[in-house]
Design a protein around this ligand. Sequence first.
Ligand SMILES: [Zn+2]
Length: 398
Amino acid sequence: MSVLVDNIGELVTNDDGEGLLGLRRDVAVVIEGERIAWIGPAAQAPAADQRIDAGGNAVLPGFVDSHAHLVFAGDRAAEFGARMAGEPYTGGGIRTTVAATRAATDDELRRNAGRLVAEALRQGTTTIEIKSGYGLNVDDEARSLRIARELSDETTFLGAHVVPAGSDPGEYVDLVRGPMLEACAPYAKWVDVFCDRGAFDEDQTRAILTAGKQKGLSLRVHANQLIEGPGVRLAVELGAASADHCTHLSSADVDALVNSETVATLLPGAEFSTRSPYPDARRLIDAGVKVALATDCNPGSSYTSSMPFCIALAVRDMRMTPAEAVHAATAGGARALRRDDIGRLRVGARADLIVLDAPSHLHLAYRPGVPLIKQVLHSGVPSNHPAAAPNSTEGPLS
Ligand SMILES: [Zn+2]
């Protein structure tokens, strides 16, 4: 089955073309099965079985959300309300979600996570990373990852989210890097640690990441969200794909990121929802750090699944240009997941495309809060097609 996408006002390729986004005009795209087979001048487009008329609108790669916590039960709207009334975020609220998650059935967790994946897809997200981290014992972490794996190939073991209530920190770290890792590794591609105030310190983080690496998992780190701690330095030293948050950085942290393969993943939804200062994206980009944008979708500190919202925040409040923000939400996220088959539109890439209801990528920040995602193709399948509903019988949204 081949599909021709034409009448494209502006194609964001993140590949060959004009500027950072590799913009092209007067081009058409042909998809064969799950892959992009041809991109070239519209007038020379080959015939295809089906046609999608983009209506003169912008076409972009699907968003790559490289940081999300979707396997949980309950919500924390009351905590959010209290915080907006003046109480600071301490991270302790994670334990509320742990209690609800442990009490939930597999089906309840699966339905909630599937609902969020579908919500993200409607907003243009065609790849979403999913972490565990609300089970915090061997069985509940393993089942969280088993359920995450049904929805995404990009699954992350985050047993080291917080020390559960009543546990001894040293004993808990031994559990995470021992039996819990053993039970979770078969369902996980990544291991992550919340290295910050009130969570895990440098030695604990190093011990867990090193054990995960020995088990064959690749590394990501929740780093420097709340304080200027050791997280970013450790992420670079251990070769992590991404250091996430990067809100409080020393000059040495920035230098370390510049000279590394570690992406700085910025999560402005967390600062928005905790009314905290945003990370200094300009400082990072101007220094030459590779930057990604992700939602951090979770019930406590950032309950949004919307990449367009994060793009708008990054432009308005983090002084990124619209092109930088769109790039960070697509190619940047792909780099943070060490993927080269997504996040850009070129021959051979996975056919993950967004058709906007707008002529240019600029509108994603220019028209904040407006539903501009007109159509999504995931692996070549239109998302309004029955086979593309994440809760039906087809494969995972990875
Ligand atoms: Zn997170």
